[in-house]
Design a protein around this ligand. Structure first.
Ligand code: SF4
Length: 446
């Protein structure tokens, strides 16, 4: 008898878009075995947590989730396990800490998970499948019954070779491997045929796509994706500033489906800090690349990541970061206080800055950026923005005669907009006149 008949899987995901993509693939591989998917952990026979270990807080979240679901084992036989980056990092140690767990699967084991769960149920042995000896297989194509969203992610490469000194990714996701272009194109065609309008190409450093295995460049991949009939928009994330070449900057001009938005993590405004981070570029190079991007596409939106309070960051270093924010005027940023990670080189660096000081710096940085985010949003009030409608907004029906929808501009800003009650824009790119700007969103009318 099929082991998965009448079984239900609940999967929870922590961390980045790559984990969201992997969870989707895990869900599909269980569905293909005949397992049902449930949104409720208490109704599930199998509970999987897809984990992140990029920051200490993400690890704490994972352990707290696993602590909460333990009680579900009291009432029925339920298999609980972990996968993803924390699973890769900790391996069997997670089972030693939480002996009620049934399995641990590393990032290369995502397509073997139905096998792993079955093995855990049929033997007393609790499998721990981590490490990079077994290469990851090409992702499954989605069967037409799978739910496809308007905006979908597609992983084009895995792992990273850059070894930024604060980062755990090369240790938990392994070395960089690019997927074959044909496999990526086939997956996107399948998604578009089933309703996707926008695709975000994912990788730790998409700019180095194909370089190692000598296939095609990232700009060429965008060209191929741009030709897919029915696809309306292309996005990508994340780019490493050192690898951002002129061909990609040109691609923004050449390919009409490529959205004018780039997320280009800079991390710090100080060359001394960048050197300790092993980022392999200087601030002057970063600024030059932003200038080129703006010259190529005048309305391009630029977002970035910052780490505040990295080892030995002085007040002077930090002020350079604030100066960079004033200079570039980013559309938005993500910023975090530095937290040392196991295996990462920076764990051995001296860290003189107190936690209190780091938090104060983070507050000052976010406060400054808030001004620029609002300014950028206000600048587009009165303009018409091409917006991909993704669904009804939280408000939905508006004054009983209009409907309010939510979507994104091509520059990746969230827009809520109203239409007549009978109009259905989902999946379409519509023209929205922006009437109001808020800190995190825009509001307008069709
Ligand atoms: S580029 Fe640096 S920060 Fe990004 S995943 Fe690779 S090592 Fe980590």
């Amino acid at each position: 008898m099929n082991y998965y008949k009448n079984k239900r899987l609940y999967i929870d995901t922590l961390g980045c878009q790559m984990n969201v993509y992997d969870s989707d693939k895990i869900r599909q591989s269980f569905e293909e075995c005949g397992c049902e998917i449930t949104d409720s952990a208490s109704e599930a026979d199998i509970i999987i947590l897809n984990t992140c270990s990029i920051r200490e807080k993400a690890c704490q979240k994972a352990f707290s989730f696993l602590g909460r679901v333990k009680k579900l084992k009291r009432n029925k036989k339920v298999a609980i396990g972990v996968c993803g980056c924390l699973a890769e990092q900790e391996g069997r140690k997670i089972i030693e800490r939480m002996p009620y767990l049934d399995f641990v699967a590393g990032v290369n084991a995502i397509y073997r998970m139905p096998e792993i769960v079955k093995k855990a149920a049929e033997t007393k042995y609790r499998p721990v499948d981590t490490g990079f000896d077994n290469p990851i297989e090409e992702p499954l194509l989605r069967s037409p019954k799978s739910k496809v969203d308007i905006s979908e992610f597609v992983t084009i490469m895995r792992g990273c070779d850059n070894f930024c000194s604060y980062c755990v990714v090369p240790y938990v996701r392994g070395r960089e491997i690019s997927r074959k272009p044909e496999s990526i194109i086939n997956e996107i065609k399948m998604l578009v045929a089933n309703g996707a309008s926008e695709i975000t190409l994912l990788g730790q450093n998409v700019n180095s796509y194909g370089k190692k295995n000598g296939t095609i460049t990232f700009a060429k991949l965008i060209e191929l994706v741009n030709e897919i009939e029915g696809l309306k928009r292309i996005r990508f994330t994340t780019s490493h500033p050192k690898d951002l070449g002129d061909d990609l900057i040109e691609a923004f001009k050449k390919f009409d489906k490529l959205c004018p938005h780039i997320h280009l993590p800079v991390q710090s405004g100080s060359d001394a800090v960048l050197k300790r981070m092993n980022r392999q570029y200087k601030i002057k190079d970063y600024i030059e690349k932003i200038e080129k991007l703006r010259k190529s596409v005048s309305n391009i939106s630029i977002t970035s990541d910052f780490i505040v309070g990295f080892c030995q960051e002085t007040e002077e270093d930090f002020n350079m970061t604030l100066d960079l924010i004033k200079n570039i005027e980013f559309d938005g940023i993500f910023a975090f206080v530095y937290s040392p990670r196991p295996n990462a080189a920076s764990r051995k660096f001296k860290d003189m800055t107190s936690e209190k000081e780091k938090k104060e710096r983070l507050y000052r940085l976010l406060k400054l950026q808030e001004y620029y985010t609002k300014k950028k949003n206000k600048d587009i009030v009165g303009t018409i923005q091409k917006t991909l409608a993704e669904g009804l907004s939280k408000r939905g029906l508006f004054k009983n005669e209009k409907k309010e929808w939510t979507g994104r501009t091509d520059t990746n800003k969230i827009v809520n907009f109203i239409t007549s009650k009978d109009y259905e824009p989902i999946g379409k790119i519509v023209n929205v006149k922006i009437e109001k700007a808020f800190s995190h969103s825009l509001w307008g009318i069709l």
